[in-house]
Design a protein around this ligand. Sequence first.
Ligand code: ATP
Length: 356
Amino acid sequence: MARITLDHIRHAYNEKARAAGDYALKEVHHEWEDGGAYALLGPSGCGKTTLLNIISGLLRPSEGRIAFDGADVTDLSTEERNIAQVFQFPVVYDTMTVYDNLAFPLRNRQVPEAEVDRRVRDILEMTDLSGMATRRARGLTADQKQKISLGRGLVRADVNAILFDEPLTVIDPHMKWVLRSQLKRLHRQSGFTMVYVTHDQTEALTFADKVVVMYDGQIVQIGTPAELFETPRHTFVGYFIGSPGMNVMPASIDGATASVGGQTIALSAAPRLPAAGRIELGIRPEFVKLERGGLPVQVEKVEDIGRHKIVRARFAGQKLAIVVPEEEEIPAEAGIRFDPSAIGVFADSWRVGMGA
Ligand SMILES: Nc1ncnc2c1ncn2[C@@H]1O[C@H](COP(=O)(O)OP(=O)(O)OP(=O)(O)O)[C@@H](O)[C@H]1O
């Protein structure tokens, strides 16, 4: 288990990189707690794997240093960093039995056989592979092989961290849910530092204590699922987390009042705006209320998804999503009201503070 320090890390795959845009990973400067469960979440190409490979030692960053518990490991190999990794696709020994595959990382380190047996049996149970312990890996499905890979990542008790790169991609949906919950439980029991790469928000939000949201080579926010939902620091976080994502509307501001397409919206306080910049309001669909009176809105579509309804509407020339509780009627000639305390103000996509 280790605290991971990312000290002014940048990475470019092209050695001649100069401009910020040349870097696959723009500057990352953070400290991740010992024993934390982190998810790296973001769309394809945003730099998640690059950052994970820098932590594991598969990639040396172009700039900056990385430390485990304060000791510089920038020039150490994965093996020397004492890290377990689980990749997107299975890495198993086909000719070995399931049991021996799981035992391999332990036997390799001369762990006493009684301890090997205890650990392997725990993992067999966790991954639902107990019934096939004596079968050779060859001939198993991709799904079963990936469970072996996952088990091999989890079997050692002496690692500094366990890194997962989209480990559940080939697992069927029900088992995905089971394994995610098991991983969470295992994290609580073991206290390993875990870093989990995914582009799936459900996976990230159920697994992690802290979600690291990445966009275009940058970490745009590190927060608990609740923080990301309630106070996204960047419009991308608002849009990426939540279903549907946050509504973002271009606006102008005068004191504690915003104007969107000629409609006036009250804010909770006057935002502290920078001298220049593109101003937008962000409000989650859960905090827009449909009611008689209110600001004019055109309802275009209603999607009933069981727990609630999603209303797709147009407000002041902008698309707007509204979440309506299942039991509530959608009034004829509906208008809308925004909860002022739930409105965020963003300048050039970054959240600004409110009030003096
Ligand atoms: N070996 C490489 N050589 C050159 N460019 C690379 C290399 N690996 C990644 N890149 C580029 O770096 C950027 C970040 O890629 P990275 O794989 O880290 O993103 P990601 O968020 O993990 O994406 P995905 O979810 O698709 O794996 C992308 O623009 C990608 O094309």
